[in-house]
Design a protein around this ligand. Structure first.
Ligand SMILES: [Ca+2]
Ligand SMILES: [Ca+2]
Ligand SMILES: [Ca+2]
Length: 314
């Protein structure tokens, strides 16, 4: 009897570790959709919705197949207020009237049904498509805000790396126990913040001299000529900001820089050059700089290996 109980216990533990595995905690698997879906209930305009799904490594979901369409309907039914529809990835933002999904599938190749009196291209200002609760579609102004669904196409058989993500650009550093990714595509500080957040990470917060060294070594792997574009390549955005109180530097987790464990500014910095440098950055030598938030720079994300894990299944 005792042995039987132990076998059951081992089996239960095995099941809870394998069946509980998820792509990331905020996505759910839908076999009919052949992939993972995530509802973003906070409405956004179409451009923001598209970008967030893209930065999460997926696509703004479109009814590309009957299975995907039904999964989307099923999902929005439980998660989205019935008055709302959700944005799909179907759009004509490149050329008015030319509707394609963000994967490039033309509207004519999708099995769709329009809502009553749609599409009407109201006031000649509608180039994006929403899906309503009953699965019918309507064209809307892309600047209007709707909830939306991100889609990551994959079967259940995928593997997470040591950083707890499918993104292999994240590498664990044993000195800090954190994972880091250098982004070569330059973005404004705010977009950099968004890109890290979408990956389940955050703009790097340097908490020690050791972590400054880790960042310096990572930066060294990306010489200026490894980055494409006309931007200053010897500085990268990191996770501190003045929070609208010019002159006081605080990390993005709310800690005054002096208490965060590392606050070494480069000589002459922060200089608030020609006014308006309110965002945190780091030079190749590991020293901080204050920088214009709206300029585009490379940036570094930091991620805890367990940041996308579900601690408790609902
Ligand atoms: Ca319409
Ligand atoms: Ca850190
Ligand atoms: Ca500066």
């Amino acid at each position: 009897m005792k042995v039987g109980f132990e076998i059951i216990l081992v089996l239960l533990i095995y099941m809870s570790t394998t069946l509980g595995r998820k792509y990331r905690c905020d996505y759910s698997y839908f076999a009919d959709a052949e992939g993972w879906l995530k509802v973003n209930p906070i409405p956004a305009n179409w451009f923001e919705a598209r970008l967030r799904c893209h930065l999460e490594g997926g696509k703004l979901a479109s009814p590309l197949t009957t299975g995907l369409s039904e999964s989307m309907m099923k999902y929005i039914d439980g998660e989205v207020d019935r008055r709302w529809g959700v944005y799909t990835g179907i759009h004509a933002t490149f050329s008015k009237g030319d509707y394609f999904s963000v994967e490039g599938v033309p509207l004519s190749r999708m099995v769709i049904k329009w809502a009553d009196n749609e599409p009407d291209n109201f006031n000649d200002k509608e180039s994006c498509i929403v899906m309503l609760h009953d699965g019918t579609l309507a064209d809307v102004n892309c600047n209007d805000t709707f909830p939306y669904i991100c889609y990551w196409k994959s079967d259940e058989d995928f593997s997470l790396n040591e950083c707890g993500t499918v993104d292999d650009e994240y590498k664990l550093d044993t000195r800090t126990g954190k994972c880091y990714k250098f982004h070569k595509i330059p973005r404004t500080w705010s977009r950099a913040y968004m890109a890290c957040a979408a990956e389940g990470a955050h703009l790097v917060i340097v908490n020690s001299v050791t972590e400054a060294k880790v960042v310096r070594e990572l930066f060294a792997k990306y010489p200026g000529n490894s980055m494409v574009g006309n931007f200053w390549k010897d500085v990268a955005f990191v996770g501190f900001h003045d929070w609208g109180e010019h002159g006081e530097w605080i990390t993005i987790d709310g800690t005054p820089l002096a208490q965060a464990g590392y606050s070494q500014f480069s000589g002459g910095e922060p200089n608030n050059a020609t006014t308006g440098e309110f965002c945190g950055a780091i030079y190749r030598n590991g020293m901080f700089d204050d920088l214009w938030c709206e300029n585009k720079h490379a940036f570094i994300c930091e991620k805890s290996p367990d940041s996308l894990k579900c601690f408790k299944e609902p």
